[in-house]
Write a protein that binds this ligand. Structure first.
Ligand code: HAM
Length: 412
């Protein structure tokens, strides 16, 4: 019998795991700069936490949740997203007594989607949430943070920011009714999947990628024409602040997002380098959600990004290999090599001992693993109590004693 990862899941190791770690490091440092505190919540919660807030007719709730009944007859669900668990945790632990409550988290999410490039059934999300402020600068601050993260990690992916406003809840409800009435008139021109959403989730028809739907969608009413004066003012303020900050964006009036809890600002960072799963980061405002989940009636805004999608776009050169390898030409020189290993590890340099005791094999391994330096210990080095150190990037070689090696590596 042989076992493979379950469909839609994958093992994370080697270069991809290094990239995953580099992403976590970057996210943590940006979180610190913008004063977000890390939180970790359980991977499963009660099904109720997700079913209503995400939308009874959303794809996630209708088809994609991993839900099960445990021995106590409780219905539990592997978290399909992080916003609702984070809010639940903020309420459970009284974190909302001190506002704004700025939280971030990174971890696995679970959705039973059809697997394809960039779409998995278990995937990792980076998640930032700012609970308790209506200030539109909170939306902008989160967009700046996302923009910085993508600039630092995937500068070549040419991510584009799309924004829209969904107005307040009552505007959105009216708009949904208008959309339903509009789509009913074009029922026979729509794809089967869109037809099924006319009554239950007309917003989702707007971002259908089905060619059949496109011409109908083009003439559908736009939410921008339904926004109240106040909502339009908020939206203008958002655009002004983004301009002031020199963040390029495009307005996309069909952008509605797939979960039900959004209002006012919604945004997505997309790339053309990934195929159909092209959204790297998505988020927006969700005033009203915290109250639905049993907390105070305070607003919130946040975003989530797909770690696997970022990994796919990350250049290998971003993962620096600073490891110093050893090429020991004979086992009898081990003790001399050990002195160097001790000095290097004491000084927190990364080291690699390859157990080969053969120059050709050692060099081949160091090239394969793209070491930064190699320390060669042959007969001459052993006799003179010296070490030959070679920089594998520029090929320069020096013969040094132990103290000199440490000084040299600190400055090379
Ligand atoms: P979402 O758009 O469902 O939003 O997911 C956010 C990001 O997670 C996507 O843009 C994508 O990069 C990644 N993602 C989603 N599904 C998959 C999948 N099956 N495989 C790989 N990556 C995936 C949310 O989850 C909201 N909670 C975001 C949010 C936070 N809104 C406010 N705060």
């Amino acid at each position: 019998m042989s076992f493979k990862p379950t469909r839609g899941t994958h093992d994370l190791f080697g270069k991809n795991k290094d990239k995953h770690n580099a992403i976590i490091k970057k996210v943590s440092s940006l979180a610190e700069i913008f004063s977000f505190k890390e939180i970790e919540t359980p991977v499963f919660e009660t099904t109720e936490l997700f079913a209503k807030p995400l939308g009874e007719f959303s794809d996630v709730v209708l088809k994609e949740m991993y839900s099960f009944v445990d021995k106590n007859e409780d219905s539990l669900t592997l978290r399909p997203e992080y916003t609702t668990p984070m809010i639940r945790a903020a309420i459970s632990n009284n974190l909302l007594n001190n506002l704004p409550c700025k939280l971030f988290g990174i971890g696995p999410m679970f959705r039973r989607e059809r697997p394809q490039k960039g779409r998995y059934r278990q995937f990792n999300q980076i998640n930032f949430e700012n609970l308790g402020t209506e200030d539109i600068f909170a939306d902008v601050e989160l967009i700046i943070l996302a923009h910085k993260l993508l600039e630092d990690l995937i500068p070549n992916a040419k991510c584009m920011l799309y924004i829209n406003s969904l107005g307040d809840k009552s505007t959105l409800d009216n708009y949904k009714k208008e959309l339903t009435n509009f789509f009913i008139n074009f029922k026979n021109d729509l794809s089967i999947s869109s037809k099924q959403k006319i009554e239950t989730n007309p917003l989702r028809i707007l971002d259908s990628k089905d060619k059949l739907d496109q011409s109908v969608i083009e003439s559908a009413p736009l939410i921008i024409n339904f926004l109240s004066k106040e909502a339009l003012k908020k939206y203008d303020e958002l655009k002004n602040l983004l301009n002031n900050f020199n963040i390029k964006f495009e307005e996309k009036n069909s952008l509605v997002r797939g979960l039900d809890y959004y209002c006012h600002t919604v945004f997505e960072f997309k790339t053309e380098s990934l195929g159909s799963q092209d959204t790297i980061i998505g988020g927006g405002r969700y005033d009203g959600l915290i109250k639905i989940l049993g907390g105070k009636d305070i607003p919130g805004v946040g975003w989530a990004g797909g770690v696997e999608r970022i990994i796919m776009l990350m250049a290998d050169s971003l993962i620096k290999n600073e490891t110093i390898h050893f090429a020991i030409l004979n086992e009898s020189y081990k003790s001399h090599a050990l002195l160097a290993l001790k000095a290097l590890t004491d000084n927190k340099f990364l080291t690699y001992w390859n157990y080969k005791y053969n120059l050709k094999k050692s060099l081949a391994k160091s090239n394969e693993l793209k070491a930064s330096h190699i320390i060669i210990i042959g007969e001459e080095e052993y006799k003179k109590k010296k070490y030959t150190i070679k920089n594998l990037n520029d090929g320069k070689q020096k013969s040094l004693n132990l103290n000199e090696i440490i000084t040299y590596l600190k400055h090379d």
